[in-house]
Design a binder for this molecule. Structure first.
Ligand code: ADP
Ligand code: ARG
Length: 463
């Protein structure tokens, strides 16, 4: 039973009348609800009626309806004596509020991919415990109707467990056929000029370059399903890996942690001050306050903030591992320079080292490569970016024109503080190839180089 369900109220009712009510609701909704999403409303109405009926017919000798109320007010009704069909209907009724919200977002926000792909028949076919987990995967989508994607996996297995849903989402988001299989390939020796991708050859100065990958360990839930204890357990597991990196002369490094404590009065030896945290965010070393991100908040990914959150940074400052953000781990190399291949190759070397550390086994899917919380990051988990000045394309003070120019080039535009932040006052933006799945790692770094070249042509035209 879910930990949130604290009070269990046994309500006496007359089984025959109960199942008549359930049958009535079932008949009135019949399977049409699946097609036009009316069940949510019907279920909500029936639930109210059932509860009224149950309390009006209280009979201390018969206890066949179990009503569980969570602290948040969610009501779960089970009737052990009900037929299989009625039980199925009752279990769906437990999600009446959520199903109504989904039906509404389907109608108002057709670009929200998760809501568009949510299939009521499929949901009702799942066993009750899977329904709850699946609902957690899509919660962000109906609580944030303007979401582009609208879902996050809660465990590495979710992509297989809920394949009919996630496959449909991935085919649409990644514009890929159902048969596509991800292939990992980091060999960039043949891209650019014998593996060298030098932006000075494009007439550009040194740029701030960064390549990151999202990674998750098989042995833990994804961050959306972690509770505070698991977040701390995960941080402690990572401390062993960071100790191995610290002992390696190629890295050394420091751990910066935000966990106020390790629970049960145990102090956190790596705890930093708020000032230090803000300084690290400004330097792009640490991630922003996740609690302020409505998408992550709805998904449970920001829960227990700031427990289990922090980063490790190498002595030369170029290698960074975030822990406890959208993915359990975001592993990156970042520096100012001109050769994109340098951050790419160093990241590959670091990943090879990390994978040899005891206890590190990254979650992978045969179809989707490296598993990430958000389906947008599946496959490579890679975002390769540069901060680049494009004052002509941003002279109206917004990224609107840059986004228009970049989209057909396969590039995404972000602000200088990362996703959902504004562009720099001097026209500096963060650009990165949009594709992460069904593309080889080496082709992402090559795409960044080619994208920069094409973008600078457009920048000149916009003068
Ligand atoms: P992610 O890249 O992990 O998806 P964000 O877009 O939010 O997440 O970026 C995280 C941080 O990394 C932000 O502080 C952002 O400014 C910084 N960042 C991204 N690319 C670069 C870059 N090329 N140079 C410097 N900082 C960067
Ligand atoms: N959940 C948000 C949406 O659906 C963001 C998705 C992409 N960004 C990310 N950080 N995963 O629009």
């Amino acid at each position: 039973m879910q930990a949130t369900m604290r009070s269990v109220l046994r309500v006496a009712s007359k089984t025959r009348a109960m199942s008549t009510a359930a049958r009535q609701a079932q008949r009135s909704a019949e399977s049409t609800w699946a097609r036009n999403a009316t069940l949510a409303g019907a279920a909500a109405g029936t639930l109210g009626a059932t509860l009224l009926f149950a309390s009006a017919n209280a009979d201390a000798t018969r206890c066949d309806t179990v009503v569980e109320v969570s602290p948040a007010g969610a009501v779960k009704v089970t009737v052990p004596t009900a037929s299989e069909e009625s039980s199925k209907l009752l279990s769906v009724m437990n999600f009446s509020k959520e199903l109504s919200a989904i039906a509404k977002v389907k109608a108002t926000n057709p670009d929200n991919i998760a809501m568009e792909k949510f299939d009521f028949d499929y949901f009702s076919s799942l066993p009750a415990d899977k329904q709850a987990r699946f609902m957690d995967c899509v919660r962000t989508g109906f609580e944030n109707p303007e979401s582009g994607l609208g879902c996050y996996a809660m465990t590495p297995e979710d992509y297989d467990e809920f394949a009919p849903f996630f496959d449909a989402v991935c085919q649409t988001y990644h514009k890929a056929p159902a048969s596509a299989v991800h292939v990992t390939d980091w060999d960039a020796s043949a891209v650019g000029d014998n593996g060298v991708l030098d932006v000075t050859k494009l007439g550009l100065p040194e740029l701030s370059m960064r390549v990151r990958v999202g990674r998750n360990l098989e042995a833990f839930n994804l961050p959306g399903a972690m509770d505070k204890d698991e977040r701390i357990k995960f941080e402690k597991a990572m401390l062993k890996a960071f100790a191995a990196l610290k002992a390696n002369p190629a890295y050394g490094g420091t751990v910066y942690s935000l966990s106020p404590d390790f629970g049960n009065g145990e102090a956190n030896p790596n705890l930093i001050t708020a000032e230090k945290y803000n300084e690290l965010v400004k330097k792009h070393v640490m991630f922003k306050d996740m609690d302020a991100d409505p998408y992550l908040k709805s998904a449970g990914i920001a829960s227990d903030w700031p427990y289990g959150r922090g980063c490790w940074q190498s002595d030369d400052k170029q290698c960074i591992i975030w822990f406890g953000e959208e993915d359990q781990l975001r592993i990156m190399c970042m520096k100012r320079g001109s050769k994109l291949n340098e951050v790419f190759d160093r990241l590959k070397g670091m990943l090879d080292t990390i994978e040899t550390i005891d206890g590190i086994k990254f979650a992978k899917s045969e179809k989707y490569g490296y598993v990430t919380s958000c389906p947008s990051n599946l496959g490579t988990g890679m975002r390769a970016s540069v901060h680049i000045k494009i004052p002509n394309l941003t002279k109206d003070g917004t990224e609107a024109k840059a986004v228009k120019v970049c989209k057909p080039l396969g590039l995404s535009v972000r602000g200088t503080g990362g996703e959902h932040t504004p562009i720099g006052a001097d026209g500096t933006v963060d650009i990165s190839p949009s594709k992460r799945l069904f593309i080889k790692e080496r082709d992402i770094i090559a795409a960044l180089y080619e994208g920069i070249e094409k973008l600078m042509v457009e920048e000149k035209k916009a003068r």
